[in-house]
Design a protein around this ligand. Structure first.
Ligand code: G6P
Length: 521
C-alpha cells in the first residue's frame, strides 16, 4: 500500500502550502539531510488487518498530522514508532511502507505492550486521567479517585509503555548511521524522553522535540495529580530540547507548572526556556492546522457531492446549523443542543425553518467516562424533537458514525458551524469549515478552543457554559447580513490559508535550527 504524502510541501505554486518566509525547503533539507527522523506517537500512520485469506491489509490513518509528518519522510530515512492497534499490527512488528508519490518509504515499527499494560496506559492514565485533567473536566469533589488500580495502571501501564517506546527509539538511534531527530507526539508519551536520555551516552543523544496536541492547564489544576506522577511528567518533558504547545497560554502554563512543581528548575519566561538538570528545554507555541490543498481536493470528490445532494434534499429550504465532533465530553455537545432549544424558545419564528445537524463519531468506548455520554446526547436531542418538532420537522438530527465525506458535505453547506468545546487543544473542524463552506457560513467558536487565538477576528466567540449567550449567537448568525457573513468568512479563509499545516511543521524545524545559533541553517 502507498501512503499519500503532503504533496503541497514540495511544490512552489502560489496555491501551495509552502512557507517561503521560513525558507522551509532549506530548513527541511539541511536539518534532515544530516539526520534520521524518528517520529513516535500512540497511533501509526497505518494499521493492518488480517484478511480471511491470511493477508495483511493496510489502512491509512486520517488527518493532517499524519500527512504533514509523512511529508518530511522524503528528505531522510524515517521511522514511525507507534503502539500496535490490531493483532495484525503485532504480527507485522516492523517494515517499510512505500509512500504514495514514489519518493521512498517510511519504516513503521510497532511496539506491542501486553493487553493489561496497554489498557492501563490508554484507558486509565492517558484517557481519562490526563485527558480530563488537561481539559479541566474533573468534577473535583467526586473525581478522579486515584486508587490502587490507578497506581497499578501508572506503574504497570503508562510507565511500562513509555519505556517500550524509549527502548525502541534508542535502538533506532544507535543503529542509525547518522545523528537522529526524534519527534514525540502528545500526552501518551510524557515519560519517553527522560527514559531515552538515561539509556544513551551523551555522544549518542538525539535532538528531541515533543509536541503536545492538547491544552496545558495552569499549576492549580496539576495539583490533582499525586506528586510522584506530576514530577515524573515534568521531569520527562524537561528532557526534550524543543517543547511545542498549541497556544501561548499553554506554553506559559507549562512554564508556570515547572516553576511551581519541578524542584531545581530555572524558568526564564522572556526566553521561554527551562534550565533543569544541566539541560535547556525551549518552549514554543506552534498552532497546528490543516492541509488546505488536500482538504479542497477531498471536498471536490464525487462521494462528497452525493452526500451534499442528499443533505440538501432532506433540508429543503431550511437553514442549517452543523457540528462535527467525536463523541467526547469536552466537546460540550449537550449544551450545544440546549442553546439551540433556548433559541427556539426565544424566537419561535424558527419553528420548521432551521435544522441542527450533529455528525458524531464514536470515540474511546473502552473508557468508562465516555460510556453513557452518547446515550445522554441522544436523550437530549430526542427531548428537543419531542418538545418542538412535528411530523414534518425534526429540529435536531444526530448522525452517528465515522463518515468523513458526509462530514465534508455538511461543512460545505452550513449556515452556522457550532464549535462550543469546553476546552480544546486547537479544534481543526473550526479551520476545515471555513475552507470548504460554500455559503459564507458563520463560525461560532468557544473561547476555550486553541483555534480562538487565531480565528477570533472572523468568528462569533462565546463562553462555552453560557447557553443563553450561545443561543443569542446562533440567532445573530442566522440573521447576519450577507455582507457581514462574507467579510467574516473571507477573514477566516485568509487566516487558515496563511497558517496552514506546513507552517506548523516549519516553525518546529526553525526552532530546532535555532538550537545551534552559531551554525547557519
Ligand atoms: C484528539 C486529540 C489528539 C489525540 C487524539 C487521540 O484528536 O486532539 O491530541 O492524540 O485525540 O485520539 P485517540 O482516538 O487515539 O484516543
Amino acid at each position: 500500500m502507498k501512503i499519500p504524502m503532503a504533496a503541497d510541501t514540495t511544490s512552489q505554486d502560489p496555491d501551495s502550502d509552502e512557507v517561503p518566509d521560513y525558507s522551509c525547503e532549506d530548513l527541511r533539507a539541511k536539518i534532515l539531510s544530516e539526520r534520521s527522523l524518528i517520529i513516535a506517537a500512540n497511533r501509526a500512520p497505518v494499521t493492518f488487518e488480517l484478511t480471511e485469506a491470511g493477508e495483511m491489509s493496510p489502512h491509512r490513518g486520517e488527518g493532517g498530522l499524519v500527512t504533514a509528518l509523512l511529508g518530511l519522510c522524503q528528505y531522510t530515512d524515517a521511522t514511525w514508532i507507534a503502539c500496535a492497534q490490531s493483532e495484525a499490527d503485532t504480527i507485522w512488528t516492523e517494515g517499510d511502507v512505500p509512500l504514495q508519490n514514489g519518493q521512498g518509504s517510511i519504516q513503521v515499527h510497532f511496539v506491542s505492550p501486553q493487553k493489561a499494560a496497554y489498557d492501563g496506559y490508554y484507558n486509565e492514565i492517558a484517557n481519562p486521567l490526563l485527558w480530563f485533567l488537561q481539559h479541566s473536566m474533573w468534577d473535583i469533589p467526586r473525581a478522579p479517585v486515584i486508587s490502587r488500580a490507578t497506581w497499578e495502571a501508572w506503574e504497570q501501564g503508562y510507565v511500562v509503555v513509555n519505556r517500550l517506546f524509549a527502548d525502541a527509539i534508542a535502538k533506532k538511534v544507535l543503529n542509525s548511521p547518522q545523528p537522529s531527530l526524534v519527534m514525540l507526539q502528545d500526552y501518551h508519551l510524557y515519560l519517553a524522553a527522560r527514559f531515552l536520555r538515561s539509556k544513551l551516552r551523551a555522544k549518542d543523544r538525539p535532538i528531541v522535540s515533543h509536541f503536545i496536541h492538547i491544552p496545558w492547564p495552569g499549576p492549580e489544576y496539576w495539583r490533582i495529580l499525586p506528586p510522584p506522577m506530576r514530577y515524573a511528567i515534568l521531569d520527562g518533558l524537561c528532557a526534550v530540547d524543543v517543547l511545542g504547545c498549541q497556544t501561548r497560554d499553554d506554553g506559559m502554563n507549562f512554564l508556570r507548572t515547572c516553576e511551581t512543581y519541578l524542584p531545581r528548575s530555572h524558568v526564564n519566561y522572556r526566553r521561554g526556556r527551562i534550565w533543569y538538570r544541566n539541560h535547556a528545554t525551549h518552549v514554543h507555541d506552534f498552532p497546528i492546522s490543516i492541509n488546505v490543498k488536500d482538504l479542497r481536493r477531498t471536498a471536490e470528490s464525487e462521494e462528497v457531492h452525493e452526500h451534499r445532494e442528499d443533505l440538501r434534499a432532506s433540508l429543503g429550504d431550511r437553514r442549517l446549523i452543523v457540528r462535527v465532533d467525536r463523541v467526547e465530553p469536552s466537546k460540550n455537545i449537550i449544551r450545544g443542543f440546549q442553546a439551540f432549544e433556548e433559541m427556539l424558545e426565544l424566537y419561535p419564528e424558527y419553528c420548521d425553518k432551521v435544522v441542527f445537524l450533529a455528525l458524531l463519531a464514536p470515540s474511546r468506548m473502552g473508557v468508562g467516562e465516555y460510556q453513557g455520554y452518547l446515550d445522554e446526547i441522544m436523550a437530549a436531542g430526542g427531548r428537543i424533537n419531542a418538545m418542538h418538532g412535528s411530523s414534518e420537522w425534526e429540529p435536531v438530527r444526530v448522525l452517528i458514525g465515522e463518515n468523513y465525506s458526509r462530514a465534508m458535505a455538511a461543512l460545505q453547506i452550513y449556515d452556522v458551524l457550532l464549535v462550543n468545546s469546553i476546552v480544546d487543544g486547537m479544534n481543526l473542524v473550526a479551520k476545515e469549515g471555513p475552507i470548504v463552506n460554500q455559503r459564507n457560513g458563520v463560525l461560532i467558536l468557544s473561547e476555550g478552543t486553541g483555534a480562538r487565538q487565531q480565528l477570533a477576528p472572523g468568528a462569533l466567540v462565546i463562553s462555552p457554559c453560557d447557553v443563553y449567550a450561545t443561543a443569542r449567537a446562533l440567532h445573530q448568525a442566522l440573521i447576519m447580513s450577507p455582507e457581514e457573513r462574507q467579510e467574516r468568512a473571507e477573514r477566516l479563509r485568509w487566516i487558515v490559508e496563511r497558517d496552514h499545516i506546513g507552517v506548523w511543521l516549519c516553525q518546529q524545524l526553525a526552532a530546532i535550527a535555532n538550537l545551534f545559533p552559531g551554525k547557519r541553517v
